[in-house]
Design a protein around this ligand. Structure first.
Ligand code: SF4
Ligand code: SF4
Length: 230
């Protein structure tokens, strides 16, 4: 069943020819160095078409360790792309609500609420002003300065920064934003977002929160079981 669902995704069809389990993808994978993670095993499980094992994978932390760098793509001697297979698995995990069963998977809600919201509201995944220094201490004190002086700073790279008309990091006009929203509606993007919200809300209540509120989102981003290392 799960394999058939996965084959509806072009990334699975493009990414999985026939794996011979050589392990080259794992050897070049940067995530495998730091996490309990092995793309060879993931490809092997998908190729086996074993529903039980695929379901475990869809509910596991392993699915969310891939950095999507695609270093595995040019290296596979069989022309597979484990990174694409993992992308297809992630989408299925989200569609089925299974992502809420893993610590790393639950973080998908925050990505939907931040990146998803920015796309629909601003027309960008992210812009400098959307990376608030208080929420991103990893950016260091330089970032605080860069955001505070963003117009002076980014106009050196993009003269039309936050301006009307053409150019990188321009303000996206309201007609274009409305069109982006219509595209999300017509293509099922908004339903997909709703699915992530609904599954997260169910899980949050199971975990003792009052639904998928801010405290739940903060929990998903601050709690670390410490069970992720290689
Ligand atoms: S490199 Fe290709 S053939 Fe080798 S284990 Fe990875 S996916 Fe399979
Ligand atoms: S795309 Fe994912 S699986 Fe492939 S090398 Fe990068 S991190 Fe590893």
């Amino acid at each position: 069943m799960y394999f058939e669902l996965l084959t509806k995704d072009i990334r699975l069809r493009e990414g999985l020819k026939a794996c011979m389990n050589c392990g080259v993808c794992t050897g070049v994978c940067p995530s495998a160095e730091f996490y309990d993670y092995d793309p060879r095993q993931i490809v092997c499980i998908v190729q086996s078409r074993d529903d039980e094992q695929i379901e475990q994978l869809l509910k596991s932390d392993r699915l969310w360790y891939c950095g999507e760098c695609m270093s595995c793509r040019p290296r596979c001697p069989r022309g597979n792309t484990p990174g694409y297979i993992i992308q297809a698995l992630r989408t299925l995990s989200q569609q089925l609500g299974f992502f809420t069963e893993s610590e790393k998977g639950r973080q998908q809600l925050a990505i939907k609420r931040v990146i998803g919201h920015h796309i629909l509201e601003k027309g960008y995944c992210i812009t400098p002003r959307l990376v608030a220094p208080a929420m991103h201490p990893e950016q260091g004190p330089v970032w605080d300065w860069a955001v505070g002086n963003d117009t002076d700073f980014w106009t050196k790279f993009s003269p039309n920064y936050r301006g009307a008309g053409a150019g990188a990091l321009r303000e996206i006009d309201s007609d274009a934003i409305a069109e982006i929203n219509r595209i999300f509606e017509v293509t099922g993007g908004k339903d997909f977002f709703d699915t992530i919200e609904a599954a997260s809300d169910r899980k949050a209540r199971q975990m003792g929160f009052d639904g998928a509120d801010e405290s739940y989102v903060n929990h998903t981003y601050t709690f670390n079981s410490g069970n992720h290392g290689a």
